[in-house]
Design a protein around this ligand. Structure first.
Ligand SMILES: [Zn+2]
Length: 175
C-alpha cells in the first residue's frame, strides 16, 4: 500500500500495449475502492481491468491466450491462481502480478509467499514511513485511530478504518 505497486503494474501494462501485445488485466472483484473495471494508481494513472471473484473466473478470459496477463492485488485471490499462473508461464505467457506481501499483522499475506518463490523476477517496493522517514515495508492498520488488534480479520474492505505505511520499528499490532 502506497509503495507504487499499482503504478508499476500500470507502467508495465502500458509498455506492453505500446508494443502492440495482447494484454489482459485482472483485479479481485472485492477491491472496489476506486473503480469497478480499472486499475487506478494513487497518482491517477489507470488501465482497464476485468474484475474477477476467483482464478477460475479468470480462465474464461484467457482463450485465446493473451501475450501478457497482469493481476493487481493478488493477495486477495484464491489458491487456484497458483496452478493457473504456472500454466500460463509454462506456455510462454508473461505474467505480471502485484500484491501486498505482508498483512497488517506483518505476516505473509495469503498465497503471496508461494507466488514470490515461483516468480523469476521479484521487485519489492517500499513506501516511506510517515513517522520516521525510513523505508516502509509494513502496513499499519488503524481502527478509530488506534492500532488494529491481532485477532481482527484481515479482509474488511470498505470498513471504517485507515491504513498507512510504516517501517518495522514504527509498525504496531494490538493484542
Ligand atoms: Zn518508522
Amino acid at each position: 500500500m502506497f509503495s507504487g505497486k499499482s503504478e508499476e503494474l500500470i507502467r508495465r501494462v502500458k509498455r506492453a500495449l505500446i508494443a502492440r501485445q495482447r494484454v489482459r488485466v485482472f483485479k479481485p472483484r472485492l477491491d472496489t475502492r476506486y473503480h469497478e473495471s480499472q486499475v487506478v494508481s494513487h497518482d491517477g494513472e489507470r488501465v482497464e481491468a476485468i474484475p474477477v471473484a476467483s482464478a477460475q473466473e479468470m480462465e474464461a478470459y484467457l482463450s485465446p491466450r493473451p501475450e501478457v496477463v497482469a493481476v493487481d492485488e493478488v493477495q486477495f485471490l484464491d489458491r487456484g491462481l497458483l496452478p493457473l499462473v504456472e500454466r500460463l508461464a509454462q506456455e510462454g505467457v508473461r505474467v505480471i502480478l502485484a500484491g501486498l506481501d505482508l498483512d497488517f499483522r506483518g505476516e505473509p499475506f495469503g498465497l503471496m509467499p508461494e507466488l514470490l518463490a515461483r516468480a523469476e523476477f521479484v521487485e519489492k517496493l517500499t513506501a516511506i514511513c510517515p513517522r520516521c522517514g525510513a523505508p516502509a515495508t509494513r502496513t499499519q492498520r488503524l481502527v478509530n485511530g488506534r492500532p488494529a488488534r491481532y485477532s481482527d480479520p484481515v479482509i474488511l474492505v470498505g470498513a471504517q478504518e485507515h491504513y498507512e505505511p510504516r517501517c518495522r520499528a514504527c509498525h504496531q499490532v494490538a493484542y
